[in-house]
Design a protein around this ligand. Structure first.
Ligand code: CU
Length: 141
């Protein structure tokens, strides 16, 4: 008597195929889940999803956000969106960022938060900081 029949061999093959597909599916779901969590961003490059993209408006002598939370090592690209009909600037001395924000336009600025702490940003146009154009980066370890 033969050890295996054709039918048994076919069943065996189908079982292996099923397990193989199952593993592929599991790996696929795992990769998707990790991608959703943003863990692949560092590996795949920031151009794809831009995890550090922040939109900051300036309007009516105010910044749209006064507290921006970052992680140490995070590279941030700020889209500075000046909705006022006069100029502003975005200044963060600790990160050496000084960017002119022309009236009714968007500009970008980029920096990396290299250490934890609380760091002020402000508008450097005379009088604007005192008028309330200030905010803080809170960089967490
Ligand atoms: Cu200003």
């Amino acid at each position: 008597m033969q050890a295996t029949t054709v039918s048994e061999k076919t069943n065996h093959l189908l079982t292996q195929l099923g397990i193989g597909l199952g593993i592929l599916l599991a790996v696929g779901l795992f990769v998707v889940a990790i991608g959703r969590m943003g863990l692949l961003n560092g590996l795949l490059g920031r151009e794809i999803t831009q995890p550090g993209a922040i939109h900051l408006t300036a309007q009516d002598m105010r910044f749209g956000q006064t507290e921006i939370h970052l992680k140490v090592g995070q590279t941030v690209t700020l889209t500075l969106d000046n909705k006022d009909f006069f100029g502003h600037s975005f200044d963060a001395n600790d990160f050496d960022v000084h960017t002119v924000m022309p009236a009714n336009s968007q500009v970008t600025a980029s920096f990396t938060a290299t250490r934890p702490g609380v760091f002020d940003f402000y508008c450097g146009v005379p009088g604007h900081q005192k008028a309330g154009m200030v905010g803080k980066f809170i960089v967490e370890p």
